[in-house]
Design a protein around this ligand. Structure first.
Ligand code: PLP
Length: 376
């Protein structure tokens, strides 16, 4: 077996090369490269897919988080509750608006925010909660909404790893991004819905909030061009080329997600009687398996084993936010025991839609045979 790549975007690109080239050519010929028909059409279709009222294209996922926080009027000295194990994107956005991240711990089985810890972390300064749907699985939105709504605290969903994931709220299934106050998406190439560069979006059911996001991402021009109505506006846009590519990819998102789920389930099954490795998995099966994350006692050993088997791995994420020297000030809102203990145990395995059947079988075989006693 050749090396099993952690990801290989060229497989999809080559398979659909002509469609992408055609879409690109259309944009080139149109002479319209920013805020044109492809962006409008993509935002309309993505909003329909998610069943939300509005979708605003922005430059990337981190901009979406930052602009989202500003639209929620989070500013200097305010607190935003989030988790420490999600790669630092929330902390970056929180720092950019001058606010303070407050970290709560994660669940043992899925490494998502333990929402039961949110109440105790609330203070008079709390202005928002960022719920990161990590690895493709959704935070318990039902409980989080119950906990935050009495305090009137808005929820910003970070959906950068969860395009198309579903979460039950009040007996109805909602797409990730549709049940919070705002949803932030990234279309970075490796995401479940990715473009050929940077891209992002904000989604909401709230028309007022949509207009504020739109203005903040367009220099603060709320009412008309060149008239600055909102302070702290900036420029952050999805462009026509990226939107044209996303329009090609959106119809295949569900099939890609289904394949990812299938691969994750194969890995889960492969380790079901192996006590030396565990696959993270949310309770329900409505996640979109952005990443397949294994947990082992000795990660250095496990990665050496994968290396030996020529299976590429990665770590999401190697450093917890509250241990990063670049994030300050911060506050710890609960004991972070699970985050701390598991941080050195996680390894991400290849999980992307174009992974071939024999590659999946090969990884399954390697996973089922892994032993802590293995010697190279
Ligand atoms: C990728 C990602 C982001 C940031 O997206 P960019 O487009 O790279 O800025 C934010 N949050 C999470 C959870 C991500 O995985």
């Amino acid at each position: 077996m050749n090396v099993i790549p952690f990801n290989d975007l060229s497989r999809d690109s080559l398979e659909h090369r002509h469609a992408y080239q055609h879409a690109l050519d259309e944009v080139i010929q149109s002479g319209w490269y920013i805020s044109g028909p492809h962006v409008s059409s993509f935002c309309e279709q993505f909003a329909r897919y998610l069943a939300v009222r509005s979708c605003i294209g922005v430059g990337n996922g981190t901009d979406a988080l930052e602009i989202g926080l500003r639209a929620l009027e989070v500013g200097l000295g305010d607190e935003v509750i989030t988790v420490a194990n999600a790669g630092g994107y929330s902390s970056t956005a929180i720092a950019l608006v001058g606010a303070i991240p407050v970290y709560v711990d994660i669940n043992e089985h899925d490494h998502l925010m333990n929402v039961e810890l949110v109440s105790a972390a609330l203070t008079k300064k709390t202005k928002a909660v960022i719920a990161t749907h990590l690895y493709g699985s959704c935070v318990n939105m039902q409980r989080l909404i119950e906990i935050t709504s009495t305090a009137g605290i808005p929820i910003l969903e970070d959906c950068a790893q969860a395009h198309g994931a579903e979460v039950p709220v009040n007996g109805c299934l909602h797409k990730a991004g549709a049940s919070g106050t705002l949803g932030a998406f990234s279309f970075y190439p490796t995401k479940n819905l990715g473009c050929f560069g940077d891209g992002g979006a904000l989604v909401t059911q709230d028309e007022q909030l949509a207009q504020t996001c739109c203005s903040l991402a367009r220099y603060g021009w709320r009412h008309k061009r060149y008239m600055v109505s909102d302070a702290k506006g900036r420029n952050s846009r999805l462009d026509e080329v990226q939107a044209a590519m996303l329009l090609e990819k959106l119809p295949r998102l569900d099939a890609g997600n289904e394949r990812r789920r299938e691969i994750l389930q194969r890995y889960v099954h492969a380790v079901s009687s192996n006590e030396d490795v565990l696959m993270l998995q949310a309770d329900d099966k409505r996640g979109v398996a952005h990443l397949a994350v294994a947990r082992t006692q000795d990660r250095v050993h496990f990665q050496a084993y994968c290396d030996h088997k020529r299976i590429q791995t990665a770590i999401h994420y190697p450093i917890l936010d509250h241990h990063q020297s670049g994030f300050s000030p911060i506050r710890v809102g609960s004991d972070l025991e699970v985050s701390e203990r598991t941080n050195s145990q996680i390894t991400s395995l290849p999980c992307f839609p174009t992974l071939a059947e024999e590659e999946v079988t090969y990884v399954c075989d390697a996973l089922s045979r892994y032993r802590l006693s293995w010697n190279p």
